[in-house]
Each structure stands twice: as C-alpha cells, then as structure tokens.
Design a protein around this ligand. Structure first.
Ligand code: TRP
Length: 451
C-alpha cells in the first residue's frame, strides 16, 4: 500500500482528516456496482422484492461486516494479507486468499464494463446517442467483440498506469467532484424519467413489492441480493481492511460506516429510479435489459434530451471516474497479495497482473454469458465466503479485542455489544444459508448454460 499514501506506510500515519478516509472508502464503494449492476440485477430479479431484500441485507449484514473489516484493519494496521499475521492468527489468512482470488476475477470483467463506459462517453462526442432499437443495437456492438476488447485494454492500462504514476491520490480527491456530480446527474435524469409515460408502471415494479409472494421471492433472490450488498460496499475482499488501517483511534468507526453506507445506498436507489422509467417507456421488459440496462436506457434518454450528447458524455465520464476509483481498490488488494506471496517487486507485479487480468477478461468481452459466469461466481460465492470467514474470526476467535477496538473513538458501548452479538449469531448463519443457495444456483446456472 506504499503507493496509496506515499511514504505514509512506514510511519503508519493516519488519514490527516476524516474526509480522507471517507473519500477513499466512498471512492471504492461507489462504482459500476451502484449504477450498472444494481439496476440490472433488480430488473432480472423481479423488482421491488429484490430492493427490499437488498436493503435489509445492507443494514443487517453489510453494516456489521463493514465494521468487521474496519476493526481488523484498524487493529492490525495492515493490509488484508499482513493483518492476520499481525493479530497472531496466521491461519485465517485464507480469508485474504479468497479475497484476492475474488478480486482477480472481478477486476477482469469490471474492466470490460469500464471499457463500455469509455465507448459510451466517446459516442456522445462522435455519432451521438440513438434511441429505440438503435440503442439496443449499439449496446450489442459495444458490449462484445473487438471494440469491447480494445476498450477493456484501455481501462486496464488506465488502472495500471495511474497506480504506477502514483497519481492515485489525485484520483481519490476526484471523488469530491465525482460523487456530487453523479448525484446531480442522476437526480436530474430521475426527474426527467418521472415525466415519461412508463413512469408509473416503473415505480410500481421497482418500489411496491407484492406482499403476498414477498417471502418466497425473498428466498429466491437472497444470493443475488447478498452478492450485490457485498459487491457495492466493496466487502469480502479486504479492501476496507486496508483503508481502516490508516484510521486514527480517536475516530468513531460507527459514524463513518453510516455515512459510507448511506451515500452508497442512495446512489444505487437513484440509479434504479432512472433506469426503470426509461426501460418501461422504451417498451423493454425490465428483466430483458440484462447487463445493458443502464446503457440502453440512458442512451435512449440522451438521444431525446436537449444537449443530450453533451450530458451523456459528462455522465459517462463521471461513471468512468467512479469505475476507476473502485477498480484501484481491487487492484491494490490483488497486487499486494502477489507481492507478499511471491516476493516480486511492485512494478513488475503490477504490470504482469494487469496483463493477466486483461487476458482473463477477454471471454467476458466476447460473450455476456461468461460475464455472468464470472460475476456470479466471484460475488455470490467468493465474496460471501470471504465475509463469512472474517465474521467468524472476529465473532469467535478475536471477539474481546474486537469489542475493545470498536469502542474506541466515541462509539457507544451498547452498540459494540449489539454488533458483536450480530457478528456471532446472526451474520454467519445468514451467510451460510446464502452460500448454500448460491452454490446450488450456480450449479443450475452452469447446467442450463452448458448442457
Ligand atoms: N464497490 C465497487 C462498485 O460498486 C466495486 C468494488 C470495489 C468491489 N472494490 C471491491 C467489489 C471489493 C468487491 C470487493 O462498483
């Protein structure tokens, strides 16, 4: 993590200001997960029931697990690879290994989708956006094939290059511009969407669950919703361990958590309020949008809006910034892991990994089925497993120290007890059930795809 904070590594300095830590964490959390993945998964999973389950999981599982990672990070002052050694429980490093593998897979297709964002940004400057069937055709062209591979390479080069040039700090500061801009653009688009003919049907679909089937729906969407809660909050991989390792002991981990989760969740909900009215108005069934949902629906909107090409370019530029700042956080974990494990220097490790990740992502840039295959495996299985291991460690192996750690810096003591109880008795069983359902679901998905 030397790169991340310049020379701070050796002195183990803490973030100079509260805002530094929040910005880094928000920069990691807010990304394609909120704006691209959340609306398309909601569409595929039936709408409002998914939203309800997702929100419950963010509150009841996401917040406790985020605090688990924060506690491990601040206690150990290390990145996820070194953390368990530092706490004298080396065998739990397996959680770090699971996380690194997850990061490796996630980044390989995350970069492909980042490449789509670049192509859409450029489209506003060149031919302009088109609505209707043209929008779907444009997405199909963008998403798979030579163009997709080329811009996947561009995105990976940006990730590797910016890390190598050490301008990452600058990019983190860009979050101060990026996050408010994304919010303003999404609010504006949501307001515009509310005037469209498909709006009321869309809100019905997205916001009003059918209470008579809610329970059975909830079980069927559990793995997808849990995977999304982890993905969007950057959990399960140890990203948040690293960031919290720079947090001072006088700070309340709890209030920072509230802010980070609040911003991240609000942006996802807003993205849904944008995507669904446009999809319904364009006559696309929400479940048919797939990974193209945000791209097709927005291209349609930008084609109709005055100055739409300009607004679109700005929007996709912001999306690109959001994606880059998230991609770094993943890349850092993977690079640190390889450096630690194979004793390679940072520069060759970064370049080599960027190349390997690029190659790994190529199938997903040729066929969206592979993208879903990678995505489901990494999120619904590996991230959940990583989170489960870390929660078991904190809840059952390291509980006393964890309790002491969380109570530093004005976190109310009742909350510490409440949190630890959840981490022991609630989080592991829920994650275990989720994991079992996910494995079954994944097996079925493989069968239906390949046999
Ligand atoms: N949270 C990011 C997003 O929503 C993606 C991401 C960054 C991530 N770091 C992560 C996902 C670590 C899982 C684990 O786009």
């Amino acid at each position: 993590m030397r790169e991340l904070l310049g020379t701070h590594m050796d002195a183990r300095e803490t973030w100079a200001t509260r805002i530094g830590f929040i910005l880094a964490a928000v920069g990691s959390a807010v990304g394609l997960g909120n704006i691209w993945r959340f609306p398309f998964l909601t569409g595929e999973s039936g709408g409002a029931a998914f939203l309800v389950v997702y929100l419950c999981l963010v509150l009841l599982i996401g917040i406790p697990v985020l605090l688990v990672e924060f506690v491990i990070g601040r206690r150990s002052n290390r990145n996820p690879i070194g953390a368990f050694d530092e706490l004298n429980h080396s065998q739990w490093k397996i959680a770090g290994v699971v996380g690194a593998v997850a990061g490796f897979i996630i980044l390989s297709y995350y970069s492909v989708v980042g490449g789509w964002a670049i192509q859409y940004m450029l489209a506003g400057l060149t031919d302009g956006y088109v609505a209707g069937e043209g929008a779907e055709a444009f997405f199909a062209e963008t998403a798979s094939g030579t163009g997709a591979i080329v811009f996947h390479a561009v995105f990976m080069t940006l990730v590797g290059g910016i890390v190598a040039l050490g301008v990452r700090n600058g990019l983190e500061k860009a979050a101060t511009v990026m996050v408010p801009s994304v919010v303003v653009l999404l609010v504006g688009l949501a307001l515009y969407g509310s005037t469209l003919s498909g709006a009321s049907e869309a809100y019905q679909y997205y916001l009003y669950p059918d209470t008579s089937t809610l329970l059975s729906d909830a079980i069927s969407v559990l793995p997808a919703a849990a995977g999304q809660a982890f993905f969007t909050l950057s959990l399960g991989m140890g990203v948040m361990i690293t960031y919290a390792s720079y947090v001072g002991e006088d700070r309340s981990l709890l209030s920072d958590t509230g802010l980070i989760v609040g911003i991240d969740t609000a942006i996802a909900i807003l993205a849904g309020l944008v995507v669904f009215p446009f999809l319904f108005t364009q006559g696309i069934a929400p479940g048919d949008g797939g990974p193209g949902s945000i791209f097709v629906s927005l291209a349609g909107a930008f084609a109709e809006l005055p100055a739409g090409n300009l607004i679109g370019t700005v929007f996709f530029f912001m999306l690109l910034l959001a994606a880059l700042s998230s991609a770094f956080s993943i890349f850092e974990v993977v690079v640190s892991f390889v450096i630690d494990r194979f004793d390679i220097e940072r520069a060759p490790a970064s370049v080599g990994l960027a190349v390997i990740i690029f190659i790994l992502g190529i199938p997903t840039a040729l066929d969206l089925t592979y993208l879903e295959l990678y995505d489901m495996f990494a999120n619904e299985i590996l991230l959940i497993l990583g989170g489960l291991l870390m929660s078991l460690f904190i809840g059952w192996v390291y509980a006393d120290n964890a309790l002491e750690e969380i109570q530093k810096g004005r976190s109310a003591s009742w909350f510490g007890d409440f949190w630890l109880t959840a981490v022991r008795y609630f989080v592991p069983p829920v994650l275990l059930i989720t994991l079992a359902l996910a494995v079954v679901g994944y097996y079925e998905f493989l069968q239906s795809t390949f046999f």
